[in-house]
Design a protein around this ligand. Structure first.
Ligand SMILES: [Zn+2]
Length: 270
């Protein structure tokens, strides 16, 4: 089940969104942000209103993502500097565009340097009316106690579907086929699973990414896959998950996996 709220009142103005995996905390925060701008009735987010659709497509003007600045080579820098938080403070004073609320989703909030965190204190304590802050943190211990004490803490429910043994089996068999580099078998597997619905496919992709992560960290056998191949596969699964969020069909996703899950150099060995 995807995260839903009965009312906006359940969401604090400043929340640290904690998950062991960065992607998971971003996904969870995106869902909370969507609930905050949703204009539907009943449990939030409704998933169908105009605001929800914009939020899902990442184009809602009142959901502002704060990301680490990039270096000359286009890679994210290690820290979020104080200037960036000052800019957020200035921007937060401006009324929202379309929604009654405005949400700042701070990716890697645990990368705010000390000055940035200190600058954030007042903002977190007394945000302008209708302004919400979601601080994504894979490592909340890096946040100052003064920051954490001003925020509610939301721990993302670990992938609930992870507990589903059938799903785990499905993800493991996909990874084993990929590890073996058997293109024909992989194609058959993808065809056999084409009937998954969107939600099932999302759960499968999350579970498979978790399995890849387990293999990378040595919690599970890599079955001969190199760390580079596992990283590449994990990135592919995450990319597919994002594509699913913008309504790419399940068949398309499975087709992509059938073609792309086995890296070219592994494929030509036999
Ligand atoms: Zn909605």
């Amino acid at each position: 089940m995807e995260l839903q709220f009965d009312s906006i009142g359940q969401i604090a103005h400043a929340t640290v969104v904690v998950a062991s995996r960065r992607e998971e905390s971003l996904r969870c925060a995106a869902r909370i942000a969507q609930a905050l701008v949703c204009q539907g009735e009943g449990p939030l987010p409704c998933g169908v209103c105009r605001a929800c659709r914009k939020a899902q497509a990442g184009i809602h003007p009142d959901i502002i993502r704060v990301q680490r600045p990039l270096d000359d080579k286009g890679r994210p820098k290690k820290e979020i500097p104080v200037d960036q938080i000052r800019a957020v403070a200035a921007d937060a004073a401006v009324l929202p565009n379309e929604s009654e609320r405005k949400v700042y989703l701070i990716e890697d909030a645990d990368c705010m340097n000390t000055a940035a965190q200190n600058a954030a204190l007042k903002l977190l304590e007394e945000p302008p009316k209708g302004v919400y802050f979601l601080l994504c943190a894979a490592n909340p211990a890096l946040l100052l106690p003064t920051v954490r004490s001003r925020c509610a803490e939301w721990t993302c429910a670990g992938d609930e579907t992870e507990a589903d043994p059938e799903l785990r089996k499905k993800a493991e068999s996909f990874l084993s086929l990929t590890a073996r580099g058997d293109r024909a078998e992989l194609l058959r597997w993808c065809c056999a699973n084409e009937e998954m619905d969107l939600r099932g496919c999302a759960a499968f992709l999350d579970c498979a990414a978790d399995c890849a992560a387990d293999r990378l960290t040595g919690r599970a056998s890599a079955e001969g896959m190199s760390p580079a191949a596992l990283l590449r596969l994990e990135a592919l699964l995450v990319r597919c998950r994002k594509m699913l969020q913008v309504n790419t069909g399940v068949r398309h996703i499975l087709g992509l996996l059938a073609v792309d899950a086995i890296a070219e150099e592994e494929g030509v060995q036999h």
